[in-house]
Ligand binder design. Structure first.
Ligand SMILES: Nc1ncnc2c1ncn2[C@@H]1O[C@H](COP(=O)(O)OP(=O)(O)OP(=O)(O)O)[C@@H](O)[C@H]1O
Length: 678
């Protein structure tokens, strides 16, 4: 069997409706010989990873594949190191991947695999480092053969129906584990208590550290001495230090214990909110989509904590420098003093409120005694850089000044704990206001406000692309969950520039830019990936629909890219617009033109998208037309019934039409995607 034929055999076990694997085809050469020129490595087959002409990996995530995975075909590749089938629709039992004993990484997240996994399945996988089975419907016990995987560094089993106890997985090499939202029982192995509580929540029968709440009977003595637990996460320098070191240790202990408690509380409370929410006004499909996004993003709206949640821990010392409450590394470094200078103890004395638990870690609001409210995020995943590197990035972010960019105020760095502090923005995220409880803020999202929001986001993005022009991803995580709104509905972008700080292996799970076609297909990102994300955001704001692109599966939301692209191609853009912004009136030219810009931004090929500067200029020009001329009223219909746009549009045959006044778009030659022909 040649490599090509083995892959074709594999392909024949898939159901590939798109088809996404059309590049995997039996050319005459590959069918007849096995020469190097007929190797899949020489033919750029989608998702086939090679090293020196040898197939070493398959990355077939997010391709809409279903059916089964033919392990016989895969076993042909004795050098296969990594397989990824994430975000597809595979179902049935876990394929017998245990036979692929050279595998180091297995990514099968977010499919519909189900049933128990044979207990001995992992016995021969002596090289296994990363196992991601989350977001499926596996049941039965977690296989005990995982206990032999002494090389394991990432184990993700969350969101399944696993039952029974957590087996004693090798913990020395383990860097991340998540078994949340299963049906697990019994004590958490003490060796795993160093991980965050969020890795274990959602299992009614689990007990013991790091989970808050009732302790396991067998572990009572250990768990009741709660103040000793933070010893694990306190740097040795602090522990052996002087009296002040002990005070800081104590304060940290209380802070971290408190955080664990409130995260657990918030998680339970937020799940309840989401269920209520699903039962309310939204149709089931969209509700499910939003619920999953909220699940992924943690809380969508603040959760009030009991008054006893105040973190009052003694007197603070204020320093004159920008390192506040220094000593033993337990300091807060101010990078932007727009909200004054404050220290860790100011935070600890604040009334605290959980905001949520995003991909990077948990977030909470702290209202300090001076009346300043801040959002504090524990950034567990920012482990790529050492202290100097991290500080350099934070200082750089702290120097950013733009009315639509939320510049961080301060950070705290230790190997085990990274905090980033920003001003608290009371309205919360655009994601929640658009799709959440549909309250007064949602009702206020009329066309004028949405246009200003889009313009503000475009300006901020253009600014970030200029200021962080050396970054592969100047933002990297643009989505409406990371657009906060000020009381007067001005957008503020947050969570930008983090791609440089996260480990590359984790970036695809954390950053929305890794959901772009080029990232999913070619594992490449660039500033144009940000442009794609911007396009999604604009489509979301214009249509009011929750983008399926935010989800890790195909079970909900609206594919706004496909919807928008088809509508533009067929000249029926007006049909897509959220009725809330059009009211009973027909779409305005600005709405339709913005939709076209968004579709241009979401072209599959990055080189066919405008860059961020050109995009922002187009948005600016459209918005200024709207401001100068006011609502343009009903659009004249063309002879074939299609909306006729002023100045910038073409008819379905691509001919340009004469318009009536809101000016031309910037020159299309700045980018190769021809907006005018769309
Ligand atoms: N500065 C802030 N002011 C007000 N709310 C905030 C602020 N920063 C974050 N939030 C809210 O806190 C919650 C958690 O935010 P976090 O950034 O940790 O996760 P996320 O943005 O939801 O997900 P991701 O990690 O993918 O960016 C979200 O609901 C977010 O809207």
């Amino acid at each position: 069997l040649s490599d090509s034929n083995a892959l074709l055999l594999l392909k024949s076990s898939f159901h590939d409706p798109d088809p996404a694997l059309s590049s995997w085809s039996a050319s005459p050469a590959s069918a007849s010989d096995d020469s190097s020129s007929s190797s899949p490595c020489a033919k750029s087959w989608t998702g086939v990873l090679c090293f020196q002409g040898i197939v070493t990996g398959l990355r077939l995530g997010g391709l809409g594949l279903a059916g089964t995975i033919n392990v016989d075909a895969l076993s042909h590749f004795t050098t296969l190191r990594s397989i990824s089938f994430i975000n597809n629709n595979f179902s049935g039992p876990l394929p017998d991947i245990g036979r692929l004993d050279a595998l180091k990484s297995v990514y099968l997240s977010n499919n519909s695999f189900s049933g128990p996994i044979p207990d001995s399945l992992f016995s021969s996988m002596n090289h296994l480092k990363k196992l991601w089975l989350d977001g499926n419907a596996f049941s039965g016990p977690i296989p005990s053969s995982l206990s032999n995987s002494s090389t394991l560094i990432e184990l993700h089993l969350e969101g399944n129906d696993f039952t029974g106890p957590i087996p004693p997985v090798p913990h020395l090499s383990l860097r991340s584990i998540n078994v949340s939202y299963n049906k697990l029982l019994g004590p958490i192995p003490p060796t795993l208590s160093r991980f965050d509580a969020s890795a274990f929540v959602g299992n009614a029968g689990l007990c013991g550290p790091p989970l808050p709440g009732p302790t396991c009977t067998a572990q009572e003595t250990e768990t009741t001495v709660t103040l000793e637990r933070p010893r694990d996460i306190t740097p040795p320098a602090l522990a052996k230090n002087t009296k002040s070191g002990l005070v800081v240790l104590l304060v940290f202990g209380i802070l971290l214990l408190f955080l664990s408690l409130i995260i657990g509380y918030a998680t339970v409370k937020n799940r309840r909110r989401r269920i209520d929410y699903e039962n309310s006004v939204m149709n089931h499909r969209e509700a499910a989509a939003v619920a999953e996004a909220m699940e992924a993003a943690g809380a969508a709206s603040p959760v009030k904590l009991p008054a006893a949640a105040s973190l009052n821990n003694g007197r603070q010392k204020r320093g004159g420098s920008n390192r506040v409450n220094g000593g033993g590394g337990a300091e807060l470094v101010i990078v932007n003093n727009a909200k004054g200078v404050f220290g860790l103890q100011d935070l600890m004395r604040s009334a605290a409120e959980v905001l949520g638990n995003g991909g990077f870690g948990s977030a909470y609001k702290a209202l300090m005694a001076n009346g300043v409210a801040v959002a504090v995020k524990r950034m567990r995943e920012l482990n790529r850089l050492n202290k100097e590197g991290f500080e350099g990035e934070m200082r750089r972010f702290g120097r950013l000044r733009h009315p639509n960019v939320l510049t961080p105020l301060a950070y705290h760095f230790r190997k085990e704990e990274k905090l980033v502090v920003s001003e608290y923005i009371s309205k919360g995220s655009l994601l929640y206001i658009l799709h959440g409880d549909k309250g007064a803020d949602h009702a206020a999202l009329d066309w004028a406000r949405r246009l200003r929001i889009i313009r503000g986001i475009a300006r901020a993005m253009a600014y970030l692309h200029a200021e962080l022009s050396t970054y592969e991803l100047p933002h990297g995580n643009l989505k409406t969950g990371n657009v906060l709104l000020t009381p007067d509905f001005e957008p503020l972008l947050t969570d930008f520039g983090l791609a440089a700080l996260v480990n590359p292996s984790n970036a695809p799970n954390l950053l929305f830019a890794y959901k772009t076609p080029e990232a999913l297909q070619l594992h490449q990102v660039s500033p144009k990936s940000d442009v794609y994300c911007f396009g999604i955001v604009v489509l979301e704001i214009l249509t009011g629909k929750f983008p399926s692109q935010y989800l890790n599966n195909t079970k909900g939301g609206t594919d706004v890219v496909q919807w928008g692209t088809a509508a533009v191609a067929e000249g029926r853009e007006a049909e897509l617009l959220d009725p809330q912004i059009t009211g009973r009136a027909p779409a305005t030219a600005e709405m339709v033109r913005l939709l076209r810009v968004a579709v241009a931004c979401t072209q599959v090929m990055p080189q066919e998208r405008p860059d961020m500067k050109a995009t922002a200029e187009m948005v600016e020009e459209i918005a200024s037309g709207a401001e100068t001329f006011g609502p343009v009223g009903p659009l004249p219909s063309g002879p074939d019934g299609y909306v006729q746009l002023s100045g910038s549009s073409g008819d379905r045959s691509g001919r340009r039409r004469e318009g009536s006044g809101d000016g031309p778009l910037p020159p299309a030659e700045q980018w190769s995607g021809d907006l005018l022909s769309l």
